[in-house]
Design a protein around this ligand. Structure first.
Ligand code: PDD
Length: 284
């Protein structure tokens, strides 16, 4: 079944959708993106994703392709046209097509591409069994807070994880965990404190992270936003990661070493349930 995708004002069958070879997203990775999850036909954390989109646009001095209301309408139209009730909606904005020049061109309209991905998010075999991660050096650029499409280091990291028989990789810089290849990383200390790296240019400011920390604090759980080392992670009671595509995902092994009891822990399991219930309650 062919999907209907959105490209610059048109809804098209996926094989009819085209972007210029001069598009700066293709030539320079001069593009940003968002991934929003859909559960029960509702958009989760949509306002957070729109806020971060504007932040990324601002950091790159890129124009918005259209108003937020129009972006929301396209999200909903794609859900209808593709009968999507559970999965992801991908949105990418590029600076547009122009003759190749490193300098940003002027007067060029941004490109907007959006598509759906059907995916079971609520019932997840990976969440039930827990995931295994390997640690790799963080080789990405210095502005990881901008949600750009410069994802080659992340793709290489996921491949390294797969080759090592793991599900994902956590990236290490100066001995400290920055984040996962496409998610934010957390540990739970032996006294039950949830620890995740503080916000800076070193990590992407996850929208799921923001919601999960809010819900954890509302549930009177202890939260600390600070860097933690790989060694601390290996000795932690629990580990997990968050993203729009995985919600809260337990990690049961790092570099072949079991974490805690080697099975999804109570904090991660509870936070997954809380996130799904609370995010859905606030979604539309
Ligand atoms: N990735 N860190 C990185 C490097 C990411 O790529 C992502 C999201 C996150 C979590 O952000 P959020 O909670 O807003 O999804 C953290 C998306 C899902 C992706 O690339 O598919």
């Amino acid at each position: 079944m062919s999907r209907i995708v959105y490209v610059n004002g048109e809804y098209l069958p996926e094989d009819a959708a085209k972007i210029s070879v001069f598009d700066r997203g293709f030539l320079f990775a001069d593009a940003i993106y968002e991934v929003t999850s859909v559960l029960d036909g509702k958009l989760l954390d949509f306002e957070g994703h729109m806020r971060r989109l504007h932040r990324s646009l601002g950091e790159l001095e890129m124009e918005a392709p259209c108003e937020d209301a129009a972006l929301e309408a396209i999200h909903r139209e794609l859900m209808v046209r593709n009968a999507l009730s559970e999965g992801l909606i991908y949105l990418q904005v590029t600076r547009g097509a122009a003759d190749r020049d490193f300098l940003y061109p002027e007067g060029v309209a941004p490109s907007l591409v959006m598509f759906t991905q059907a995916k079971g998010l609520r019932v997840s075999p990976a969440a039930e069994r827990g995931t295994k991660v390997v640690s790799i050096p963080d080789q990405r650029w210095a502005r990881r807070d901008i949600k750009t499409v410069q994802l080659l280091p992340s793709a290489m990291g996921k491949m390294a994880a797969k080759k090592a028989g793991a599900d994902d990789a956590w990236m290490i810089e100066d001995g400290f965990v920055t984040e996962g290849t496409s998610n934010n990383a957390y540990i739970v200390t032996k006294d039950g404190t949830i620890v995740t790296r503080d916000l800076s240019n070193a990590i992407l400011h996850g929208i799921t992270r923001a919601s999960v920390l809010t819900f954890a604090r509302e549930a009177q759980m202890k939260v600390e936003e600070r860097a933690f080392t790989l060694e601390e992670a290996k000795g932690a009671a629990e580990a997990f990661f968050t993203s729009a595509s995985s919600f809260v995902m337990p990690v049961v092994e790092i570099d072949g070493q079991p974490i805690g009891a080697g099975v999804p822990g109570p904090v991660a399991t509870r936070l997954r349930e809380i996130y799904i219930a609370e995010a859905l309650a606030r979604a539309s």
